[in-house]
Design a binder for this molecule. Structure first.
Ligand code: F6R
Length: 242
């Protein structure tokens, strides 16, 4: 595990963007696993501005997003489809047919999960999986549970997740109660995992995930078993690490 701590958001964004850009420069056909939420926004901004300077291209790359809300139209401003287009896809040359996001509006969600897993399997292996972390230790939307699911599945979002994501909606009642998420088996199969965490409110969960027992009660603790885990933290999120 390689933990890097930054004293400014700007430096953290630069480091995150450089890791992703470096991969597509050396491996143009890279398969990227992408995340949404507040955490990666600055990294995507930096990636877009470097892309616009002509430093690299995504024209041969493929991407798979971690998750999508169930039952939210993709045109809804808070769908992860809308998020990814606003923050990244609209600004870069990644071909639309290779930018994959689970379809949260599929008539048969189970069939959609199976379709998504087949697409990931057909692409080979995810080269770099970008992750944030929930306050409860979720990765993707794999919430704390007795047992975790290997592949893509429909999940009931935890109360804590609904409350945390209410900031993006008018009220907590508007947050969809379910999502389709990649499973932990798929996440852990990525060649490299890039976990990014910001803020003092995540210091406890960062400490628990990276130094505590490996348990399904804290899905992010499974990342300790990954051979190529890179963690980018701001100094607030790193506050409880010695
Ligand atoms: C997003 C995702 C989630 C978030 C996590 C942190 O695609 O899968 O696991 O990474 O909820 O969210 P933020 O970054 O908003 O604190």
């Amino acid at each position: 595990m390689n933990i890097l701590t930054f004293d400014s958001n700007e430096k953290l964004n630069e480091a995150g963007a450089n890791i992703i850009a470096g991969l597509v420069q050396t491996q143009p056909k890279a398969v990227l696993g992408l995340a949404t939420g507040g955490t990666p926004v600055g990294i995507y901004e930096r990636l877009v501005s470097d892309f616009k300077r002509g430093l690299f291209s995504f024209s041969q790359a493929t991407s798979f997003n971690l998750d999508e809300y169930v039952g939210l139209d993709k045109k809804h401003p808070q769908s992860y489809y809308a998020y990814m287009h606003e923050h990244l896809f609209h600004h870069i040359d990644l071909p639309a047919e290779r930018a994959h996001i689970p379809n949260g509006n599929a008539p048969d969600p189970q069939a959609e999960c199976e379709r998504y897993d087949r697409l990931i399997a057909d692409a080979g292996q995810i080269d770099l999986q970008l992750l944030g972390i929930g306050h409860n230790g979720h990765i993707g939307f794999n919430e704390p549970a007795h047992a975790l699911i290997r592949g893509t599945h429909v999940v009931d979002l935890a109360e804590e997740t609904l409350k945390a994501n209410a900031r993006f909606f008018d009220s907590v009642d508007e947050v969809p109660k379910q999502a389709i998420t990649m499973g932990v088996g798929t996440i852990l199969k990525a060649k490299t995992i890039l976990l990014v965490v910001r803020g003092a409110d995540k210091a406890d969960i960062v400490h628990r995930a990276l130094t505590g027992p490996i348990t399904t009660d804290c899905p992010a603790s499974l990342l300790q078993t990954h051979p190529h885990l890179v963690v980018l933290l701001d100094k607030e999120a790193a506050g409880k690490l010695s």
